[in-house]
Design a protein around this ligand. Structure first.
Ligand SMILES: Nc1ncnc2c1ncn2[C@@H]1O[C@H](COP(=O)(O)OP(=O)(O)OP(=O)(O)O)[C@@H](O)[C@H]1O
Ligand SMILES: [Mg+2]
Length: 251
Protein backbone atom coordinates (compact mmCIF):
# COMPACT_ATOMS: atom_id res chain seq x y z
CA UNK A 1 0.00 0.00 0.00
CA UNK A 2 1.19 3.43 -0.87
CA UNK A 3 0.88 5.90 1.98
CA UNK A 4 2.86 8.67 0.39
CA UNK A 5 1.37 12.03 1.25
CA UNK A 6 3.75 13.90 -1.08
CA UNK A 7 5.03 12.75 -4.46
CA UNK A 8 7.45 14.79 -6.51
CA UNK A 9 8.17 13.75 -10.10
CA UNK A 10 10.74 15.17 -12.49
CA UNK A 11 10.77 18.52 -10.73
CA UNK A 12 12.92 21.24 -12.30
CA UNK A 13 12.86 24.80 -11.02
CA UNK A 14 14.30 28.04 -12.34
CA UNK A 15 14.79 31.61 -11.21
CA UNK A 16 15.26 33.87 -14.26
CA UNK A 17 16.12 30.85 -16.45
CA UNK A 18 18.87 29.81 -14.04
CA UNK A 19 18.11 26.22 -13.14
CA UNK A 20 18.14 25.56 -9.40
CA UNK A 21 16.55 22.12 -8.85
CA UNK A 22 17.34 19.37 -11.32
CA UNK A 23 15.04 16.46 -11.98
CA UNK A 24 13.98 15.80 -8.41
CA UNK A 25 12.04 12.60 -7.74
CA UNK A 26 11.04 12.05 -4.12
CA UNK A 27 8.20 10.67 -2.08
CA UNK A 28 7.33 11.37 1.54
CA UNK A 29 5.34 8.99 3.69
CA UNK A 30 2.52 10.18 5.87
CA UNK A 31 3.57 10.90 9.48
CA UNK A 32 7.27 10.58 8.81
CA UNK A 33 10.10 12.99 9.53
CA UNK A 34 12.54 13.69 6.75
CA UNK A 35 15.69 15.80 7.05
CA UNK A 36 16.93 17.76 4.04
CA UNK A 37 20.67 18.30 4.19
CA UNK A 38 23.27 19.77 1.86
CA UNK A 39 25.61 22.73 1.53
CA UNK A 40 24.44 26.33 1.42
CA UNK A 41 22.87 27.24 -1.92
CA UNK A 42 22.12 23.66 -3.02
CA UNK A 43 18.37 24.32 -3.20
CA UNK A 44 16.93 22.98 0.08
CA UNK A 45 14.79 26.04 0.81
CA UNK A 46 13.74 26.28 -2.82
CA UNK A 47 12.59 22.67 -2.69
CA UNK A 48 10.68 23.19 0.55
CA UNK A 49 8.99 26.26 -0.88
CA UNK A 50 7.79 24.38 -3.98
CA UNK A 51 5.73 22.15 -1.69
CA UNK A 52 3.42 24.95 -0.57
CA UNK A 53 3.74 27.10 -3.71
CA UNK A 54 5.66 29.81 -1.85
CA UNK A 55 8.03 30.28 -4.79
CA UNK A 56 5.08 31.41 -6.86
CA UNK A 57 5.30 34.67 -4.92
CA UNK A 58 8.59 35.27 -6.80
CA UNK A 59 7.84 36.54 -10.33
CA UNK A 60 10.98 35.07 -11.89
CA UNK A 61 10.20 31.54 -10.65
CA UNK A 62 9.32 28.74 -13.08
CA UNK A 63 8.93 25.03 -12.59
CA UNK A 64 8.26 21.88 -14.59
CA UNK A 65 7.31 18.45 -13.35
CA UNK A 66 4.69 17.30 -10.92
CA UNK A 67 3.97 17.74 -7.24
CA UNK A 68 1.12 15.76 -5.76
CA UNK A 69 -0.08 16.35 -2.21
CA UNK A 70 -2.70 13.98 -0.83
CA UNK A 71 -3.49 12.82 -4.37
CA UNK A 72 -4.03 16.35 -5.63
CA UNK A 73 -1.71 17.71 -8.24
CA UNK A 74 -0.54 21.28 -7.70
CA UNK A 75 -1.35 23.43 -10.73
CA UNK A 76 -2.67 26.85 -11.62
CA UNK A 77 -6.10 25.92 -10.24
CA UNK A 78 -4.69 25.12 -6.77
CA UNK A 79 -6.14 27.34 -4.05
CA UNK A 80 -2.96 28.55 -2.38
CA UNK A 81 -4.67 29.64 0.83
CA UNK A 82 -6.09 26.12 1.24
CA UNK A 83 -2.76 24.59 0.25
CA UNK A 84 -0.89 26.57 2.91
CA UNK A 85 -3.47 25.52 5.48
CA UNK A 86 -2.64 21.92 4.62
CA UNK A 87 1.10 22.56 4.30
CA UNK A 88 2.31 24.78 7.14
CA UNK A 89 5.75 26.34 7.35
CA UNK A 90 8.13 27.34 10.14
CA UNK A 91 11.09 29.53 9.28
CA UNK A 92 14.66 29.93 10.45
CA UNK A 93 13.94 33.08 12.33
CA UNK A 94 10.83 33.03 14.49
CA UNK A 95 8.39 35.44 12.90
CA UNK A 96 5.50 36.04 15.28
CA UNK A 97 2.98 38.70 14.30
CA UNK A 98 2.98 41.99 16.24
CA UNK A 99 0.05 40.74 18.27
CA UNK A 100 -0.55 39.07 21.59
CA UNK A 101 0.60 35.52 22.27
CA UNK A 102 -3.05 34.44 22.17
CA UNK A 103 -3.85 36.20 18.91
CA UNK A 104 -0.79 34.75 17.17
CA UNK A 105 -2.25 31.28 17.59
CA UNK A 106 -5.86 32.39 16.99
CA UNK A 107 -4.91 34.20 13.78
CA UNK A 108 -5.12 31.27 11.37
CA UNK A 109 -8.47 30.19 12.78
CA UNK A 110 -9.86 33.68 12.32
CA UNK A 111 -8.67 34.01 8.72
CA UNK A 112 -10.26 30.68 7.96
CA UNK A 113 -13.57 32.07 9.13
CA UNK A 114 -13.93 30.48 12.56
CA UNK A 115 -15.96 32.82 14.77
CA UNK A 116 -16.83 30.64 17.76
CA UNK A 117 -14.69 32.20 20.52
CA UNK A 118 -15.02 29.11 22.73
CA UNK A 119 -13.67 26.92 19.98
CA UNK A 120 -10.86 29.40 19.29
CA UNK A 121 -9.99 29.52 23.00
CA UNK A 122 -9.85 25.74 23.29
CA UNK A 123 -7.69 25.42 20.20
CA UNK A 124 -5.28 28.16 21.32
CA UNK A 125 -4.78 26.49 24.71
CA UNK A 126 -4.39 23.04 23.19
CA UNK A 127 -1.81 24.22 20.65
CA UNK A 128 0.17 26.09 23.31
CA UNK A 129 0.16 22.91 25.39
CA UNK A 130 1.14 20.79 22.39
CA UNK A 131 4.26 22.88 21.87
CA UNK A 132 5.07 22.82 25.60
CA UNK A 133 4.75 26.58 25.90
CA UNK A 134 1.54 26.88 27.86
CA UNK A 135 3.02 26.67 31.35
CA UNK A 136 5.51 29.39 30.51
CA UNK A 137 2.94 31.83 29.12
CA UNK A 138 -0.38 31.00 30.73
CA UNK A 139 -0.46 34.23 32.77
CA UNK A 140 0.68 36.38 29.86
CA UNK A 141 -1.57 35.36 26.99
CA UNK A 142 -2.48 38.97 26.22
CA UNK A 143 1.12 40.17 26.23
CA UNK A 144 2.93 40.87 22.98
CA UNK A 145 4.58 37.85 21.37
CA UNK A 146 7.67 40.04 21.02
CA UNK A 147 8.18 39.80 24.79
CA UNK A 148 9.03 36.11 24.46
CA UNK A 149 12.55 34.71 24.09
CA UNK A 150 13.69 33.43 20.69
CA UNK A 151 13.05 29.81 21.61
CA UNK A 152 9.61 30.64 23.01
CA UNK A 153 8.80 32.64 19.87
CA UNK A 154 9.75 29.67 17.72
CA UNK A 155 7.48 27.37 19.75
CA UNK A 156 4.74 29.98 19.38
CA UNK A 157 5.23 29.96 15.61
CA UNK A 158 4.92 26.18 15.62
CA UNK A 159 1.74 26.51 17.71
CA UNK A 160 0.43 29.01 15.16
CA UNK A 161 1.17 26.60 12.32
CA UNK A 162 -0.55 23.61 13.97
CA UNK A 163 -3.64 25.63 14.99
CA UNK A 164 -5.15 25.25 11.52
CA UNK A 165 -4.62 21.46 11.54
CA UNK A 166 -2.14 21.10 8.70
CA UNK A 167 -1.19 17.68 7.36
CA UNK A 168 2.38 18.64 6.60
CA UNK A 169 4.79 20.97 8.40
CA UNK A 170 7.80 22.31 6.55
CA UNK A 171 10.59 23.57 8.79
CA UNK A 172 13.46 25.55 7.33
CA UNK A 173 16.32 25.47 9.86
CA UNK A 174 13.91 26.06 12.76
CA UNK A 175 16.65 25.88 15.42
CA UNK A 176 19.49 27.74 13.79
CA UNK A 177 18.85 30.92 15.78
CA UNK A 178 18.39 29.10 19.10
CA UNK A 179 20.60 28.14 22.02
CA UNK A 180 21.22 24.42 22.72
CA UNK A 181 18.50 24.10 25.37
CA UNK A 182 15.82 25.72 23.22
CA UNK A 183 17.03 23.57 20.34
CA UNK A 184 16.54 20.37 22.34
CA UNK A 185 13.06 21.52 23.33
CA UNK A 186 12.14 22.07 19.70
CA UNK A 187 13.64 18.71 18.73
CA UNK A 188 11.55 16.96 21.39
CA UNK A 189 8.54 18.81 20.11
CA UNK A 190 9.23 17.82 16.49
CA UNK A 191 9.42 14.23 17.61
CA UNK A 192 6.06 14.52 19.38
CA UNK A 193 4.46 16.20 16.38
CA UNK A 194 5.32 13.26 14.16
CA UNK A 195 2.41 11.34 15.69
CA UNK A 196 0.03 13.67 13.90
CA UNK A 197 1.92 15.37 11.10
CA UNK A 198 4.29 14.73 8.24
CA UNK A 199 7.40 16.80 8.82
CA UNK A 200 10.18 17.89 6.50
CA UNK A 201 13.02 19.73 8.18
CA UNK A 202 16.01 21.47 6.63
CA UNK A 203 19.03 21.39 8.89
CA UNK A 204 22.74 22.14 8.73
CA UNK A 205 23.21 20.27 11.98
CA UNK A 206 24.10 16.64 11.30
CA UNK A 207 23.44 15.60 14.91
CA UNK A 208 20.02 17.12 14.62
CA UNK A 209 19.30 15.18 11.44
CA UNK A 210 20.27 11.93 13.18
CA UNK A 211 18.35 12.83 16.35
CA UNK A 212 15.02 13.75 14.80
CA UNK A 213 14.63 12.24 11.35
CA UNK A 214 13.79 8.80 10.00
CA UNK A 215 14.75 9.59 6.43
CA UNK A 216 17.33 11.93 4.99
CA UNK A 217 17.69 13.52 1.58
CA UNK A 218 21.11 14.85 0.58
CA UNK A 219 21.05 17.67 -1.97
CA UNK A 220 24.07 18.95 -3.86
CA UNK A 221 23.98 21.62 -6.57
CA UNK A 222 20.23 21.23 -7.02
CA UNK A 223 20.29 17.46 -7.37
CA UNK A 224 19.34 14.69 -4.99
CA UNK A 225 22.54 12.71 -4.54
CA UNK A 226 21.23 10.19 -2.04
CA UNK A 227 18.12 9.46 -0.03
CA UNK A 228 17.27 6.75 2.48
CA UNK A 229 16.79 5.87 6.14
CA UNK A 230 18.81 8.34 8.22
CA UNK A 231 20.72 5.74 10.24
CA UNK A 232 21.81 3.86 7.15
CA UNK A 233 22.83 6.98 5.30
CA UNK A 234 24.91 8.26 8.18
CA UNK A 235 26.54 4.89 8.91
CA UNK A 236 26.99 3.66 5.36
CA UNK A 237 26.56 6.43 2.82
CA UNK A 238 26.36 5.00 -0.69
CA UNK A 239 27.85 7.99 -2.47
CA UNK A 240 31.27 9.50 -1.90
CA UNK A 241 29.80 13.02 -1.98
CA UNK A 242 27.40 12.12 0.83
CA UNK A 243 30.23 10.75 2.92
CA UNK A 244 32.33 13.85 2.32
CA UNK A 245 29.46 16.09 3.37
CA UNK A 246 28.35 14.27 6.50
CA UNK A 247 31.87 13.80 7.76
CA UNK A 248 32.61 17.47 7.23
CA UNK A 249 35.24 16.92 4.55
CA UNK A 250 33.32 19.09 2.17
CA UNK A 251 35.55 21.70 0.56
N1 LIG B 1 14.10 34.50 -5.02
C1 LIG B 1 15.19 34.09 -5.66
N2 LIG B 1 15.60 34.67 -6.81
C2 LIG B 1 16.71 34.25 -7.46
N3 LIG B 1 17.50 33.24 -7.05
C3 LIG B 1 17.15 32.61 -5.92
C4 LIG B 1 15.99 33.00 -5.16
N4 LIG B 1 15.91 32.20 -4.06
C5 LIG B 1 16.97 31.36 -4.14
N5 LIG B 1 17.71 31.60 -5.24
C6 LIG B 1 18.91 30.87 -5.65
O1 LIG B 1 18.63 29.49 -5.66
C7 LIG B 1 19.76 28.75 -5.20
C8 LIG B 1 19.33 27.83 -4.07
O2 LIG B 1 18.97 28.63 -2.95
P1 LIG B 1 18.29 28.02 -1.66
O3 LIG B 1 17.89 29.16 -0.83
O4 LIG B 1 17.24 27.06 -2.07
O5 LIG B 1 19.51 27.22 -1.03
P2 LIG B 1 19.62 26.49 0.38
O6 LIG B 1 20.07 25.10 0.09
O7 LIG B 1 18.38 26.67 1.15
O8 LIG B 1 20.83 27.28 1.07
P3 LIG B 1 21.07 27.68 2.64
O9 LIG B 1 21.57 26.43 3.29
O10 LIG B 1 22.13 28.73 2.55
O11 LIG B 1 19.79 28.18 3.19
C9 LIG B 1 20.81 29.76 -4.82
O12 LIG B 1 21.71 29.86 -5.91
C10 LIG B 1 20.05 31.04 -4.66
O13 LIG B 1 20.83 32.14 -4.98
MG1 LIG C 1 17.88 27.69 2.90
Amino acid sequence: MNNNIIEVKNLNTYFNDKQILKNINLTFEEKSITALIGPSGCGKSTFLRTLNSMNNLTKTFKMTGEITIEDEKLDETTDEVELRKKVGMVFQKANPFPKSIYENVAYGLRIHGIKDEDQIHKTVIKCLKDVALYDEVKDDLQKSAYKLSGGQQQRLCIARSIAVSPKIILMDEPCSALDPISTLKIEDLIYELKKDYTIIIVTHNMQQATRVSENTVFFLNGEVIETGPTNEMFLHPKEQETENYITGKFG
